[in-house]
Structures are given as C-alpha cells and as structure tokens.
Design a protein around this ligand. Structure first.
Ligand code: PRX
Length: 649
C-alpha cells in the first residue's frame, strides 16, 4: 500500500535522470567503501594545472588534526569557472541578473564575465593586492559581486564576503579579523524598492577598525545616490577597469591554498572565519550541484540566497559556474513589488530550478495562493530548500503551488563549514518525505551519537556527527586553528560535530531537529546567542542580558531577549526602542529582537551560570516543562519571569 506521507520519484524523473535509486545506492556504497578511489575520480571534474597524485590526507585526531585533499595538485578556481568554458560555451549565459525593479535584467555570457573578471583582477593587482592577501567584499546582489569574488580567486587573493545587511560595527570586526587592506563595495544597493546605503557604512567601519588599516575602497556606482569620497583612498570601479590590460593570466594555486573566509556564528565568542580552500571545495560544490539538482547545461538555476552567505558562495557563484551553467542572480526580495514576484521572475525568465529558504516559503504561504496567482510556472522542473528545517505544511504548500504537484523538492541540509550539501534527496533517486533532508551525499558518513559520543544504531535520535572527511570541509578557523579543533572535534573524539540534533527513521532518513547548542536560526540566518548578548551588555543602560530563540511562524525562530537594566534605568517603551535599535546598529537588521522582556533577575545556578533551558521554555509558553528548578540560586526568579512574560500579552 502506498504511504500518503511519501512522495515517490515522479515518472518524468524515472525516464530521464542522472541517477535512479539503485544508482544512488550503488554509487553511495562505492563512495564509502572505496572512498579514495571515488574522490580521485571526482577531482577530475576540474581542470588541473598540475594533476594531483595524492587524494586524501586527513586526521581527525585532536593531537594532529589536519584535513588536506588533492594536496599536490595545482589549479585556479576562476579558470575552472570561466576560462575552461570559453572554447565551447563562451557565448552561453553565465549570469542572468534580475534587478529589484520588475523588467530589469541582464545576461552576461561566459566570455563577458571572463573579460570583466580579468580586468578587475588586474585592477586589484594595480592596488597592490597580492596572492594570499585578504580582500573584503561588501556588495549587494549585483554582477560585480561575482566579478569581485572570481577576480580574487584569479590572482590568489582570499575573499571575505560580508553580507551587505551587516552594520558598520559587524563589518569592522570582520575586516579587523581578516586583516584586509582593500574593500570592494557599492555606493548603495537596491532592495524592495529602496536604496540601501553601503559606502557610508564602509566609511564608518573603517573608522572603527582597530587592527587593520584600509588603504583602498573600490566603489561600484549602482544608484544615483550621492557618495562621500575620500581622494586617494576611494577608487571608482569603472575608472579602475578602464585603466587595465584585458589579459590576466590565472595564478597557479595549490589545491590547499585558501579560496575564501566566511564569518559565521557559533555558540561562543565572536563570529568565526570559516576557511575554505580551492581544489576540494570546488570539486565538492560541483559534484553536489550536478547530482542534487540533476543539473543539465542550458538550464537556468535560481538559488535565491545572498552572496553574503555560504549558499550564495556555493550555489549562486562557484558550483553553477564550475559546471558551465546559467546562474540567476536576483537583486531583490521575494515580496517586492508584491508577493507574486518570485513566480513572475520564474515565468518571465523560464527558470528551471528554484532553490529558496523555508522562511521565504512561509512568508509567501501566509498570503494564501496569491503568490502564484496568474503564473504558469511550467518551466520549473525542480524545487529546493536550504538553511533551516522546513515544516511539512510549508513543504506541501511549496510542492502544490510552485511545484504544481509535479516537481520534487530537495531539502538540503548543510552548513557554512561543510561547503555544500551533505544530507539531501536526489530528484530521480529519492522518494521524498516532507520535512526530511533524507539521505547522505556521496562520501558523507553521518551518524547520531549520544551525549558521550556513542554511536547509536537504527531508528533513533541524537547529535548529528560526520565520521569522515570530504573535500568540501572547512580547513580551519582563520587565524585560530585551536578554536577549529575545540569547536568541531572536541565534543566527540574523532568525529566532526555539526552542532545539530537529528532523528533517523526506519528508512534511514534523517530529520534535522535544530541546533543543540546556543546558536539561533532566524529566517535561515545563523546567530550566536553569545554574540547578541555581548552586543546587548555593551549598551550603557544594560546590566545583564540573556537571549534565546522561540518558535516563530515565519522566521522559524525569533529572538527573545531577557534584559536586566542598570539600577535607576526605566524599563519603558523608549528604552525598549533604544535596545532594539542598539542591536540593529551593533549587528544589523537581521538581529532585530522580536521580544524584549525586562527581567529584574535571571535564573542562575549557584555557580552563576544562566539556565537557558528555563528561559527557552518560558519564551515558548511551556511553563509546565521547566524541569528541575531547585538547583537555582533563587528559584523565585522563575515566577517573576513567568509573570512578566504573561504581562507582555
Ligand atoms: O541547523 C542547521 C541549519 O542551518 C545551520 C547552518 O547554517 P549556516 O552555516 O548559516 O548555513 C546555512 C546554509 C547551508 C545548520 O547547522 N540548516 C541548514 N540547512 C538545513 C538546516 N536545518 C534543517 N534543514 C535544512 N535543510
């Protein structure tokens, strides 16, 4: 009998697919049992300058932790994304850029992209950027973001893209940590019909930098907004390009030379600079893009993530371009000018594959069927989601509306650290279950462990770990290898710890249950509670703060801040607004708290540790599940917190 909660592979995929279920199982088994041979073969999807002879050199042992793939090979990532396509596909569209305002779009061929990347790479060199230097990129979703990343890759500079929604404070912290001397930005970006100033943010950030001094700011002029200018330091992108040679040979890089740093939040401390290298990252990104999306050349692939996040790095830029595909780069937001925009873009440009975050799906779903009203959507053959767990209701809505009950949905679980998709369906191979990221990618050995690191068998629930390395794995935390070891390899010896919890069902399908550490996932954006709290206590009126996540219909998780004000401060509306704006200023609008609760005291153990479990339960209205509160220094605090929570209404 058929199971109504399982969606079988559609007939269209059974007839014409890269891989059916049997094929997946066979290749998966080989990828595990003949691991090195599998990866030796997969490395061949790239063009190497000097071919590798070594494949895998990995130890997860804390004393000697290292991860190296294809280490003696050399290549250039930008040449793999551009040059090697020129002879056969030079006129194919590499980037289909779709603007914020309806009707605006631009196609950029591989040849054109190659030309602009070469010019800009020479431009960076003329500013003194050398192999191994870190270059910060703070750009909106415009083609120059791709150009800037690929130009860095071309000359062997390490890019550090900072999401353009981050505040000057957050940007300064990342520039300091990376030690970059050059930043690439735009005067302003467009989003949802508004212009968002960026250059001013950069100027402020430069003034805040303590460790590094910025020598040049390259500015792309993409709006008519006025731009403050500092002669000698600020460089106009267009003028810089006009002064360059067209030819820029791609630098020969080692497979293990860094490609980029991308900052992400953890459970403690400042954001970490996740470092990815060249050969392994691109091999893994390319492999996943091909199989997860069953990608065929000529298809238009729309990953709606911003380049400021890992999803944008891997699936807007590197993987589709390495595979010679057409990547859609969308400048705007899903609901501008109205909620029909995503469907309209799909129809107008005949998009084949749509890959978006559950939070966007839930926001559209809140409008009923309006988001697909009047749309055909027949060009779509596959849907994807990423970034956070998707609730079955949203999955089904997405399947029925955008998917016309015909397109599989690949729910891809992965992380900034993993480089590309790790647990995922494959459209021709995997019967789907709404809410499950299903099964592992080739070469990936997931496991569930208990609190002591014992591997659990069968249908069960536990901490999600990965037992062996894969080429797309991060290599270190920039500038702090010990933190890399401590964060990922110390909780459970000999395993990579993801920080996520998961359930495995009787069909060996994985269901991510969410973070098991103090990391929030707000609208698919990862935020550390420690980071939010340290920003809060930096406010002159705040004595203490504790932040937890709580279930939120659209965002998945919302930000709930418990705040103790300094003696004499008034907990009034004005103060609430000030605290809210403070977080926006310190981190960015994505850190806007949903709830601020004044808390004269916080629940602490006798040793002074805040018991977040209790705060999470109160925020979620689960007062009956507070658990044992007898170990608190002052159990009466709890009642006060509950009554303040209820008073919020
Ligand atoms: O908790 C998991 C959640 O997002 C975290 C990684 O966040 P980040 O590094 O910002 O990368 C997001 C894009 C890859 C994970 O630890 N997550 C990501 N994808 C899923 C997910 N949770 C459930 N299902 C997913 N498909």
């Amino acid at each position: 009998m058929s199971n109504p909660s399982v969606y079988p592979v559609p007939d269209t995929y059974l007839e014409n697919t890269l891989l059916d279920e049997e094929g997946y199982l066979e290749l998966y088994n080989r990828s595990i049992h003949d691991n090195e041979a599998f990866w030796r073969e997969q490395g061949q999807r790239l063009d190497w300058i000097k071919p590798y002879t070594q494949v895998k050199d990995v130890s997860y042992n804390k004393e000697d932790l290292h991860i190296r793939w294809y280490a003696d090979g050399t290549l250039n990532v930008s040449a793999n994304c551009l040059d090697r396509h020129l002879a056969e596909r030079g006129d194919d569209t590499a980037i289909l850029w779709v603007g914020d305002e309806p009707g605006q779009s631009r196609e950029i061929s591989y040849r054109e992209l190659h030309a602009e990347v070469s010019l800009f790479a020479n431009g960076l060199k003329s500013l003194g950027v050398k192999r191994g230097d870190v270059v910060t990129i703070y750009l909106p979703m415009i083609p120059q973001a791709a150009v800037a990343m690929l130009a860095c890759a071309r000359i062997g500079a390490i890019h550090s893209v900072v999401f353009a929604g981050f505040s000057p404070e957050a940007l300064a912290g990342r520039m300091d940590d990376g030690g970059s001397r050059v930043i690439i930005t735009a005067n302003a970006g467009r989003r949802g019909g508004r212009s968002v100033v960026l250059k001013q943010n950069v100027d402020k950030a430069i003034a805040l930098c303590k460790e590094t001094s910025i020598e040049n700011v390259v500015v792309v002029n993409c709006t008519d907004d006025e731009t403050p200018w500092q002669e000698g330091r600020d460089v106009d992108y267009g003028k810089l390009l006009a002064a360059q040679d067209a030819e820029c040979p791609a630098e020969e890089m080692g497979a293990e030379d860094p490609l980029f740093i991308l900052y992400t939040s953890g459970s403690t401390g400042k954001p970490k600079g996740v470092l990815h290298t060249s050969g392994g990252y691109l091999t893994y990104a390319s492999l996943t893009h091909q199989y997860v999306f069953d990608y065929r050349r000529g298809e238009k692939f729309w990953c709606a993530a911003d380049v400021g996040w890992i999803t944008g790095h891997s699936y807007v830029i590197y993987a589709p371009l390495a595979n010679g595909g057409t990547t859609v780069m969308y400048e705007g937001v899903p609901n501008y000018p109205d909620v029909r925009r995503v469907a309209q873009v799909v129809d107008e440009h005949q998009i084949d594959i749509l890959y978006i975050a559950p939070t966007a799906i839930r926001a559209l779903m809140a409008e009923g069927d309006k988001p697909v009203e009047g749309a055909s959507l027949e060009s779509l053959r596959l849907l994807g989601t990423v970034g956070e767990p998707i609730n079955p209701e949203a999955w089904k809505w997405y399947y029925r509306t955008f998917g016309r009950s015909q397109c599989p949905i690949v729910d891809t679980w992965w992380q900034t650290e993993t480089g590309a998709a790790m647990l995922t369906p494959m459209p021709g191979a995997t019967p789907l279950k709404p809410g499950s990221a299903t099964r592992p990618m080739f070469g990936i050995q997931p496991a569930l462990v208990d609190g002591e690191g014992n591997i659990l068998e069968g249908a069960t629930e536990g901490n999600l770990v990965i037992l062996d390395s894969w080429p797309g794995q991060m290599r270190t935390v920039f500038g702090d290898h010990q933190r890399f070891i401590d964060t990922y390899f110390s909780t459970f010896a000999g395993m990579y710890f993801t920080g996520d919890g998961a359930r495995r069902d009787e069909d060996n399908y994985y269901w991510i249950t969410g973070r098991v550490d103090d990391v929030l996932n707000v609208s698919g954006h990862r935020m550390g509670t420690a980071e939010l709290e340290s920003a809060l206590v930096a406010h002159p009126s705040i004595a203490e703060a504790a932040v937890v996540g709580f279930p939120h219909d659209i965002k998945g998780q919302g930000i709930y801040a418990y705040i103790t004000l300094n003696a004499g401060e008034e907990p009034n509306e004005e103060m609430r607004l000030a605290v809210r704006n403070w977080l926006r200023q310190e981190i960015g609008p994505i850190a806007t708290p949903d709830v601020i609760q004044w808390s004269p005291g916080l629940p602490k153990t006798r040793s002074g540790k805040i018991m977040r479990r209790i705060l999470r339960k109160i925020a979620a209205n689960e007062f009956d599940q507070l658990g044992d509160i007898s170990t608190l220094a002052d159990p009466a605090v709890v009642e006060q917190l509950i009554s303040n929570h209820n008073a919020l209404g």
